[in-house]
Design a protein around this ligand. Structure first.
Ligand code: KMH
Ligand code: ZN
Length: 274
């Protein structure tokens, strides 16, 4: 029986603390979230941080403190976002690796992002990928659209396999401007992934549940969390990230693929020992 890797994307850069009070924005809130989500079945935490005004920041000192606090509070694999917010410059997004996380996100192309543009031109993608190789950080290939899959193939062909030797992707579905979050699209995307690659899937907003059930049925892994979804059911805000992780863990268990432990996930993803 294979198990299910559950990633919690706890904060993101877009949600507003005032309208989502359960959003973890302080170091303490993030550390507590990590411990609760590990207990509920998560193995990876995908991390965006906020400043003292709860606004997104890529401040490297704060990122280093966050990595240390998350490691003290849990055994979760710490995956820092290099996507940041749509306003973040490329240099600041590359400097995220100075915080020495276990892993990082690496988005494989530009995508319309609601009324904004999430910019990931080829030059940035290849610089970031080469930096992950230099620094020993395991990338997760974030795929918001089909063109991103082609760019990931190009990246691997030109620069070789990632740190750890294993390709793990995350299909980010249902972003307004990216690929839709439905089962037909999920199946078509999975078919185009490199041989031997593993994948998680994430459905934004109301696509969360179809993507979660589709991914489990198709042998994939799951990313859930308040970065992606702020309601548990129609008209009912989530009480916190752990509730979303627990729901994913319950669904995975029902599918006979219970949550993967952080230790097993380190081996699965090829995270080098610290
Ligand atoms: N906040 C989005 C613009 C990532 O973390 O790598 C980008 C994002 C992707 O969340
Ligand atoms: Zn993110």
């Amino acid at each position: 029986m294979t198990s299910t890797l559950i990633t919690v994307a706890a904060t993101g850069a877009e949600a507003d603390k005032a309208s989502a009070p359960a959003l973890p924005v302080t170091l303490d809130e993030l550390a507590r979230t990590a411990a609760e989500c590990e207990k509920a079945g998560a193995a990876v935490i995908h991390v965006h941080i906020r400043d003292d005004d709860a606004q997104p920041t890529l401040d490297v000192g704060r990122l280093k403190d966050t990595v240390a606090a998350l490691r003290a509070a849990s055994d979760l694999i710490v995956q820092l976002s290099t996507g940041g917010a749509v306003t973040d410059p490329f240099e600041a997004r590359l400097a995220v690796l100075d915080a020495q996380p276990d892993g990082c996100s690496l988005t494989c192309g530009t995508v319309n992002f609601g009324d904004d543009v999430f910019a990931n031109p080829w030059g940035f993608i290849k610089d970031l990928y080469q930096l992950t190789l230099e620094r020993g950080v395991v990338p997760e290939f974030e795929l918001f659209d089909f063109g991103h899959i082609a760019a990931m193939h190009r990246l691997l062909a030109e620069f070789g396999p990632p740190v750890g030797g294993h390709v793990h992707c995350d299909l980010v579905m249902g972003v307004p401007g990216g690929m839709p979050g439905d089962v037909a699209t999920l199946a078509a995307a999975v078919e185009r992934l490199p041989a031997g690659a593993t994948w998680s899937a994430t459905g934004i907003g109301r696509t969360t549940l179809p993507v979660m059930f589709g991914a489990l049925a198709a042998g994939g892994h799951l990313r859930v969390g308040m970065e992606d979804t702020l309601t548990f059911a129609r008209g009912r805000p989530v009480s916190g990230n752990a509730e979303l992780v627990q729901r994913a863990a319950d669904a995975a268990t029902l599918a006979q693929r219970p949550p993967m432990t952080p230790a097993a996930a380190r081996e699965f993803l090829g995270i080098p020992p610290r």
